[in-house]
Structures are given as C-alpha cells and as structure tokens.
Design a protein around this ligand. Structure first.
Ligand code: CTP
Ligand code: MG
Length: 251
C-alpha cells in the first residue's frame, strides 16, 4: 500500500540556538532535512514526500533537495506556515488525490529507521484511522504546580501507562483532513502532534513500537547524539563492505 509523507520543516529551531532554520542545519555535511527525506524514501511504500519549507526559503530548499537526491525522487516542496499545524495543513493540500494513506514526519527526526515507517504504514493499511510510533517512558514522571511560589510535586504519574510519541504518525487521509479542518474549533493552533488532533475529534489512535533512532533533534545536546549516530552508521557500513569483500575473496 503506497503512502505520501508530509514533512513539516518550516520551524526556526529556537531551542537549538541561533543559526539557520533547524531543518537546514548540517549533520555530517548534509542538511538534517535531506537525512530525513532519505530515511523516508528508504522505506517500502513511501512513494511521495511533500516538504513544508520555511516560507521565505522554498526555492532554496528545492535547490538543496535537487542537489542531494536522485533526480527521479518523488519529492515536492511547498511553503510552510507560522505553526507546525499550519505547515502540515499546507503540505496536506498538496498531496495527490490518489493517496489514502498519509504520514506526517518531523524533519527534525532525521534518522527514523525504515522499519518504523513501514510499521506505521502497515497499521494504517490494516484499518487503523491513526497510528503513532511510541516508546515507554524511562524517567519517573511527576506532575507539579506552583505552591507559594515554589514548584512543588502534586503527584507521581504511573509510568507504565505512559508513552513518548514520535513520528512518522500515519493516518487515513480523510481522518487527518477532518482533524485539521475541525481543529480550528478547538482553538488548538499550535498542536505539537497530529494524532492529538484526531483524539480530540473522537478518533482512535493505535500505537506501534517506535525507535530510539527516531529521536527528535531539539536542543544542542541532540546534535551530539545525531553526530554519534552518523559515525556509528558509517562504521557499520564500512564493516559491512569489508565483510562483503572477504566473502568475495573466499568465493
Ligand atoms: N515546524 C514547521 N512549521 C512551523 C514550526 C515547526 O514545519 N511553523 C516543524 C519543524 O521544522 C520540525 C517539526 O515541525 O521539523 C517539529 O517541531 P520542533 O521540533 O518544535 O521544531 P522547531 O519549531 O523548528 O523548533 P523550536 O520549537 O525549538 O523553535
Ligand atoms: Mg517548535
């Protein structure tokens, strides 16, 4: 079953600190957005990608993708909006009518494994309205409130029932379109995930296993993690090619 993936990439990356828009910052000489699009295109079933670029940088993003991707890559670029939600809505409007399955993936999650993307598509193809990849929460989580000016613990949340949600999130197209159309009524311009909007419209959201490699680059520390992951992948690729050479020699 084929899917189109929307890639909101129009954010400033304020928590990362001063610099270019986050999706355009380089990890190992390659812009984060390019890593993300390559990760998506590596998954079976992804046959269209629509990137929502910073509104003042659409032409630049087109050039960048053309420079790094093969010429036949099924990638379009549209202008994103002032919020993530608006960027997703604008990208959705550009998806060809033939797609019944639409995923939304943050450009800021450049290393999502193909298996996660494929599991999300499979769950939508099997009938789910909405699907999120998620991981168990590892930290103990406490709810707090200001008491006499001091941040004070109200209670400890049962961690076993909590999940940290990632992207790509997958949807039956009509479900995502309705959630975005109705979201205005909830005053939720600024939603940080699309499945949350489906929950508010009464839809069911199914969970599949996420991956630590699908982490979001948000703060400067995440850049260290991203670079370490790239180095490990390069080392693994070098070992794999050495192994192949040895097999050839044995043959
Ligand atoms: N995004 C977008 N349009 C916006 C805001 C965010 O397309 N107006 C995208 C970002 O580019 C990113 C994804 O939504 O790929 C997730 O958002 P986040 O991690 O918050 O990125 P930024 O908004 O860029 O970062 P910050 O909140 O630190 O400024
Ligand atoms: Mg943001």
């Amino acid at each position: 079953m084929n899917a189109a993936v929307l890639v909101p990439a129009a954010g400033r990356g304020e928590r990362l600190g001063p610099g270019a828009p986050k999706a355009l910052r380089e990890l190992g000489d390659i812009p984060m957005l390019v890593h993300a699009v390559r990760s998506l295109l590596a998954a079976r079933g992804v046959t269209a990608v629509v990137v929502a670029a910073p509104p003042d940088g659409v032409a630049g993003v087109r050039d960048l993708l053309a420079a790094h991707l093969s010429p036949r890559s099924p990638v379009q670029v549209v202008a994103g909006g002032a919020t993530r939600q608006e960027s997703v809505r604008l990208a959705l409007a550009a998806v060809s009518a033939e797609y019944d399955i639409v995923l939304v993936h943050d450009a800021a999650r450049p290393f999502v494994p193909a298996e996660v993307v494929e599991a999300v598509i499979a769950a939508v193809a099997e009938g789910a309205d909405a699907v999120v990849p998620a991981l168990p929460v590892v930290d103990t989580v406490k709810e707090v409130a200001a008491v006499d000016g001091a941040e004070t613990v109200v209670r400890t949340v049962d961690r076993s029932l909590l999940r940290a949600v990632q992207t790509p999130q997958g949807f039956r197209r009509a479900v995502l379109a309705r959630a975005h159309a109705e979201a205005g009524g909830f005053g939720t311009e600024g939603a940080t995930d699309d499945a949350g909007m489906v929950e508010r419209t009464g839809g069911t959201v199914v969970v599949v296993p996420g991956s630590e490699e699908a982490f979001k680059v948000t703060r400067p520390f995440d850049l260290l993690l991203a670079r370490a992951l790239l180095e490990r992948r390069a080392a693994e690729a070098a070992i794999a090619s050495t192994d192949r050479t040895e097999i050839d020699v044995v043959r």
